[in-house]
Design a protein around this ligand. Structure first.
Ligand code: GLU
Length: 403
């Protein structure tokens, strides 16, 4: 809400539109029992927030994490509303989650829990209503179960009810790398503005889907990935990490920590080291008023949702550190979700080259539009992105006669 206020302070928006965007349209909280492997049943809490469908069906991922609660899901659903507007895909914003550590579930438990959660929200999702996708702690496997569960419940195959599916279950080429690839396109367009050297020295916080892919793509592009971390620890190698080897190490051991030949560091050290580009790719609220004064990056590419607190954001602005905000930087994920949904509507399957070409166009149009607002209003890229989204949301809300 602070980010919304910041953008609205720059230009005048209809207060009635504003009031609509301050409230989620629907919030749903469910509990559902799951049979665990030991025979006992356990109750889980699930959430789905349908923040806005002003621009199209609600859209957003499902998160499995112990910290998931209504507050977090609501914030993430709000950001989806902004994000889909920034990249101009015909969706609104939503988000879901289950409060659970998925690493502590067996494969069977994870499948039964996913199916049970979907049954608990089945009446509110649909390819023309609300389309889930992966987020932290979920991936293609869960999306395939979701599509299957919905088709069992309804007796119709409707793969567009969820995106981020495996290729063989109606997924799109390029969806797995989409978040990072979209971030690369935005970075390429903005990087020069930040006086960032090439090759740049990069640190990536978080080594899930987005973090692994961005490390790989940056290294392939000639930058030097000197540090990465995950929830279990961080590693630094000043002359550059072999990203493929780190990925294999994580697959084998469950963490990047302990990678041979690298120095072990804390998350704090990873964030504040001497880097040109910092890529937070994990959770919210990582760059705070406490560490923002000590960051030594020239540019921050926010692949995570909400990694920077509003207080930290003000400090970064003052310090002249360029921030490519989450609602632009990580929008490649939902952009390719849109392309997947579009393919599902017609039964098409496009080659990766076509998907990436369309993604590049979506991202470059969005980046150009954000930069144009930044220059026009003399604001940072986050406020510029929010202004762009507010323009598009206002038009949709007004054209529908909601205000
Ligand atoms: N969870 C991703 C995000 O936060 C993807 C959402 C989607 O594809 O719908 O943007």
């Amino acid at each position: 809400m602070k980010q919304l206020d910041d953008a609205a302070a720059v230009i005048a928006f209809d207060p009635a539109v504003f009031e609509i965007l301050r409230h989620p349209q629907r919030t749903v909280e469910t509990t559902f029992p799951v049979k665990m492997d030991d025979g006992a049943s356990r109750i889980f809490s699930g959430y789905r927030v349908q923040y806005s469908n002003a621009r199209g069906p609600y859209k957003g991922g499902i998160r499995y994490h112990p910290a998931v609660d209504m507050d977090e899901v609501m914030a993430l659903a709000f950001w989806m509303t902004i994000k889909t507007a920034v990249v101009n895909v015909p969706f609104g914003g939503g988000k879901g989650g289950v409060t659970v550590d998925p690493k502590k579930l067996s494969l069977g438990e994870r499948e039964r829990m996913t199916r049970a959660f979907i049954r608990s929200i089945d009446d509110i999702i649909g390819s023309k209503k609300d389309v889930p996708a992966p987020d932290v702690g979920t991936g293609p496997e869960e999306m395939a179960w979701i599509a299957d569960e919905v088709s069992r419940l309804r007796g119709v195959a409707d793969p567009g009810v969820v995106t981020g599916k495996p290729i063989e279950a109606g997924g799109s080429e390029g969806r797995n790398k989409a978040t990072a690839q979209g971030g690369m396109y935005a970075l390429q367009a903005i990087r020069a503005a930040g006086d960032v050297p090439s090759p740049a020295r990069v640190a990536v916080q978080g080594f899930g889907n987005a973090g692994q892919w961005i490390a790989r793509l940056l290294a392939e592009g000639g930058d030097l990935v000197v540090g990465v971390s995950d929830s279990k620890g961080g590693i630094i190698k000043e002359d550059g990490l072999d990203v493929a080897a780190v990925t294999s190490h994580k697959e084998a051991t469950g963490s990047v920590a302990g990678f041979p030949g690298a120095k072990t560091v804390t998350n704090a050290e990873l964030l504040t080291g001497e880097r040109d580009i910092l890529v937070p790719s994990a959770l919210e609220n990582q760059i705070t008023a406490e560490n923002a004064p000590r960051l030594r990056a020239k540019l921050i590419l926010e692949l995570a949702n909400g990694p920077t607190t509003p207080e930290a954001d003000a400090i970064l602005r003052e310090r002249g550190i360029i921030v490519i905000p989450d609602v632009l930087a990580n929008a490649g994920g939902v952009a390719v979700s849109y392309l997947e949904w579009e393919q599902n509507r017609t039964g098409a399957h496009w080659p990766e080259s076509e998907v990436l070409e369309r993604l590049a166009t979506i991202m470059s149009e969005a980046t150009v539009a954000v930069r144009e607002r930044a220059l026009r209003y003399g604001v940072d890229f986050r406020r510029a992105a929010f202004i762009l989204a507010l323009e598009r949301l206002s038009e949709a809300i007004k054209s529908k006669g909601w205000v």
